[in-house]
Design a protein around this ligand. Structure first.
Ligand SMILES: Nc1ncnc2c1ncn2[C@@H]1O[C@H](COP(=O)(O)OP(=O)(O)OP(=O)(O)O)[C@@H](O)[C@H]1O
Ligand SMILES: [Mg+2]
Length: 297
């Protein structure tokens, strides 16, 4: 449970704060995060897999000293799993206990009270007494109906429950929605959000991220690793390696005690960064062979 609540007063504060919790933001990341906190607007974070979309929400929660409430989206996700459900078992028990003694009307009023609600992530975020960071992860996996339901929440910060009425947010959450772009999101949703496009970082930025995660890796080796990753990304691949792969590769090399990325090391560890059969062939032919030639020279 986080102890101290932080409130940034400049973009630089956000940069320093995110860094202090192990997230190295690019300049637009820090700016958009600052605006989101100050304007109370949700952020839609898009970009390829493994570039730090989910981690940004986690890092913001750590930095701001807020609890992270996460809704992982998937196909078929419905309100009952995202917002709230009635606790049928508890309702039934109450009905059975009170049967005979009380009239139906009283029991009915009773069993549709807050006590019988099972809050799911969206409701938890809205009703929390302390402000939270709400992560709605991989929103593109849900359907448009679900998006429509989110609109009320994102614009008004309130939820309507037919039996109970409106539940308004007690505190303003910082909301991040992430998407891998597997489908186009509706304009209505986009209009309500600030937009952050996260891409693969520049060499120096990625080097810093890799070194943060693997401080024991030799600097020259880390630089070579990042340069190779950037070369591999230039190729026409099904799945280019992301920051996540760079970090994994650095850890693997460290574990194996490698002191150089030569042709042989590359061949052995390539599967850490390339994860499609056809991509393997392309990368071996273009990058692997070049490394072997450099070894021979
Ligand atoms: N700017 C950064 N600073 C520090 N670590 C980072 C940064 N960006 C990414 N990472 C690291 O990269 C890894 C992948 O990040 P994350 O899981 O957030 O990616 P993602 O964009 O959510 O991917 P996916 O779309 O597959 O869910 C994590 O281990 C994260 O810590
Ligand atoms: Mg993610």
């Amino acid at each position: 449970m986080p102890e101290t609540i932080t409130e940034p007063s400049s973009v630089d504060d956000v940069v320093a704060g995110l860094r202090s919790v192990g997230y190295l933001p690019g300049s637009s990341t820090a700016l958009v995060s600052y605006l989101a906190i100050k304007l109370g607007k949700p952020v839609l974070v898009e970009g390829p897999a493994g570039v730090g979309k989910t981690e940004l929400a986690k890092a913001l929660a750590r930095y701001l000293g807020r609890t992270l409430v996460r809704l992982q989206c998937y196909e078929g996700l419905d309100e009952a799993k995202a917002l709230y459900e009635w606790n049928y078992k508890k309702q039934l028990l109450r009905i059975q206990t009170e049967a005979g003694e009380t009239g139906w009307r009283e029991v009915q009023d009773d069993i549709f009270g807050e006590e019988f609600l099972l809050p799911r992530p969206l409701m938890t975020a809205i009703s929390s007494p302390d402000p939270v960071v709400l992560l709605i992860d991989e929103i593109d996996k849900t359907d448009q109906e679900f998006e429509a339901m989110l609109l009320e929440l994102l614009s008004e910060f309130q939820i309507s429950i037919p039996e109970l009425g409106r539940i308004e947010a007690r505190t303003q959450p910082v909301v991040l929605l992430t998407s891998n772009n597997t489908r186009e999101l509706t304009e209505a949703l986009k209009r309500r959000c600030l937009y952050l496009w996260l891409d693969y970082p520049e060499t120096e930025h990625e080097l810093e991220i890799v070194r943060l995660h693997s401080p024991d890796l030799d600097e020259t080796l880390a630089r070579k690793l990042v340069e190779i990753i950037h070369q591999v990304r230039e190729l026409d691949l099904k799945k280019p390696p992301s920051i996540a792969e760079s970090i994994d590769w650095a850890r693997a090399l460290l574990l194996l005690g490698a002191d150089e990325i030569d042709g042989e090391t590359f061949k052995q560890t390539m599967s850490v960064i390339v994860k499609h059969r056809t991509d393997m062939d392309t990368v071996a032919a273009r990058v692997g062979v070049a490394l072997q030639q450099a070894d021979a020279a």
